[in-house]
Design a protein around this ligand. Structure first.
Ligand SMILES: [Zn+2]
Length: 319
């Protein structure tokens, strides 16, 4: 479902929590320099574009390894059918995020606490709250309990920080989103889809490309992107494959789009971390220099040449 106020348009600007919300593309250096004129005349560096449908005259972000296609999955609830799903995903090199309800672990039909770490070792474990309530209807105190206690319970199982969340029932709003940021959550996923391949510009209102039932259809569209970065985000539940006798959907997807060298297979948090690193790139006004002040490599095609910008690197960009 799509909930009111959610933003399903990939072309809309991020209006919340992004320091460069006024920038149409990838975060050029803002503000005045000594000797610069009015704001309107402030020179701006050339832009590194992130979207698959925005033309660029200077540069464009790539995914790790210089790839232009990426796939990330997102599955909710932690039911026992995750076991078969993970086996199939691992076989095809597909990766994603499993949003678990800590209060349901070890109950009938749900995965067991003791198997969480090994089962999801190649994927991300993220929050789906303690009891799966509609977070928009929770008091501030209950909201904190549902998210923070869930994260702590899951962190104790997997041994790393839980930094992502899927809204139970797809229900979220600005109040909840702001609270999540305060709890150390970096992204929150909705259940709406936009049938497009843009990166999540509003991380706390992440709208995916498609539901699992449509992934083979949209996989064909993904393959058409040859030079511009296209992210395919897919969401669903493992029990849907079981209930609908549709395991063939994921098997077919794996055969066609798994284990490919030209696709980056990432978890949800890996996608967010990569874009966050990309946002920190600093482009000189003349476009001749790009600095990567972050802690991970970022790949981009700049003036027609694809390069890896290593952590801390100040790169000369040939004109
Ligand atoms: Zn759920």
């Amino acid at each position: 479902m799509e909930w009111p106020g959610s933003d399903s348009s990939p072309r809309d600007e991020d209006t919340w929590r992004t320091p460069f919300a006024s920038s149409p593309g990838l975060w050029p250096r803002q503000g005045h320099r000594p000797g610069c004129g009015s704001t309107a005349r402030t020179p701006r560096p050339p832009e590194i574009v992130t979207d698959c449908d925005t033309p660029d005259s200077y540069g464009r972000l790539c995914f790790p390894g210089g790839r232009v296609k990426a796939i990330t999955f997102s599955f909710d609830d932690g039911r026992v059918y995750d076991r078969q799903l993970v086996e199939m995903m691992n076989r095809h090199g597909l990766r994603g995020t499993f949003h678990l309800v800590s209060g349901q672990l070890d109950k009938e039909g749900y995965v067991k606490s003791k198997e969480v770490k090994a089962l999801y070792a190649k994927h991300e474990v993220a929050s789906h709250t303690v009891n799966h309530p509609n977070l928009t209807k929770c008091s501030d105190e209950e909201l904190r309990h549902q998210v923070v206690d869930d994260c702590q319970a899951l962190e104790a199982l997997v041994g790393y920080l839980i930094r992502g969340l899927a809204y139970p029932g797809g229900e979220g709003d600005e109040r909840v989103a702001k609270a999540l940021a305060g709890f150390g959550i970096r992204y929150a996923r909705l259940v709406g889809t936009h049938d497009w391949f843009a990166y999540p510009k509003r991380p706390y209102f992440w709208v995916t490309t498609c539901h699992i039932n449509k992934m083979n259809e949209d996989g064909k569209k993904l393959m058409r992107f040859a030079a511009t970065p296209a992210l395919m985000a897919i969401w669903g539940h493992s029990y849907e494959f079981n209930d609908n006798h549709s395991w063939n959907i994921i098997e077919e997807f794996g055969k066609n789009y798994g284990n490919r060298p030209d696709i980056w297979y990432a978890t949800n948090i890996e996608v967010m971390d990569y874009y966050d690193a990309a946002k920190r790139l600093i482009v000189s006004l003349d476009g001749n220099t790009v600095e990567n002040p972050g802690k991970m490599s970022v790949w981009a095609t700049l003036r027609g040449k694809t390069c890896e910008l290593k952590p801390g690197q100040v790169a000369a960009i040939a004109n």
